[in-house]
Design a protein around this ligand. Structure first.
Ligand SMILES: *[C@@H]1O[C@H](CO)[C@@H](O)[C@H](O)[C@H]1NC(C)=O
Ligand SMILES: *[C@@H]1O[C@H](CO)[C@@H](O)[C@H](O)[C@H]1NC(C)=O
Ligand SMILES: *[C@@H]1O[C@H](CO)[C@@H](O)[C@H](O)[C@H]1NC(C)=O
Length: 195
């Protein structure tokens, strides 16, 4: 018992020490201080609704594929839904549907074939904006994507930069789907975030 309580005291001291170090670091760094101040102002900050529209270019074929398989189970190739396949993506997000349309960002993350019953993916993505008003900001999108449904809705669960603490919804619709497996998917996103 005594040993346990000594251990507890030692752990508490270690915790205090580590939070002290973190506290010091925050105060020295102006970016970190700005982040802290942003949260201090949060109770008075109004929210706004922002709508985004772009196309995701998912390229699985050829030497410049932006969607590559990184893991499969032995049973995946026998599965009609490719259950168990995990792909890493770094797909361009473009203003228009054409592959050479202006790039406004990248969708980076993982897509998992996560249904035994139908072709449906669990998406875990960061939408990283690289141009325009939201350059440098990102949105985190996580959710269920039954690929052959006309419309799919994915939750926007967070973000960074202009989209810090964002919440919203992404509506997806396949614009084109080639025999090669390459697809263009239209995204309409509505997010609630702070000014
Ligand atoms: C792949 O990318 C390289 C380098 O950007 C480019 O030269 C080549 O034409 C591309 N190939 C295809 C099939 O798009
Ligand atoms: C998967 O297949 C390989 C090669 O046939 C085999 O060695 C391995 O044991 C299998 N793994 C499982 C989990 O069934
Ligand atoms: C986006 O921001 C980066 C980093 O600040 C900058 O280097 C780049 O030129 C910007 N891109 C555009 C298209 O504004």
């Amino acid at each position: 018992m005594e040993k346990l309580s000594t251990l507890f005291v030692l752990c508490s001291l270690a915790l205090c020490a580590s939070s002290f170090v973190l506290q010091n670091r925050v105060n020295e760094d102006s970016e970190a201080l700005a982040l802290q101040e942003w949260y201090d102002r949060l109770p008075d900050m109004p929210q706004k609704v922002t709508k985004l529209h772009f196309y995701l270019q998912d390229i699985v074929s050829g030497p410049n594929a932006t969607n590559i398989p990184v893991a499969v189970a032995n049973s995946t190739k026998k599965s009609p839904t490719l259950f168990g396949l995990i792909g890493a993506i770094d797909d361009p997000l473009t203003k228009g549907p054409g592959r050479d349309s202006m790039i406004v960002g990248r969708a980076e993350g993982l897509i998992t074939s996560a249904s035994l019953e139908e072709t449906a993916y669990h998406m875990t993505l960061s939408f990283v904006f690289t141009g325009g008003r939201y350059n440098g900001s990102s949105l985190s999108v996580v959710g269920h994507n039954p690929f052959y449904h006309e419309y799919r809705e994915l939750p926007v669960v967070g973000g960074s930069g202009d989209f810090r603490l964002a919440r919203g919804s992404a509506l997806l619709r396949t614009y084109s789907f080639e025999k090669t497996g390459d697809a263009v998917v239209e995204y309409n996103i509505v997010v609630l975030h702070y000014c």
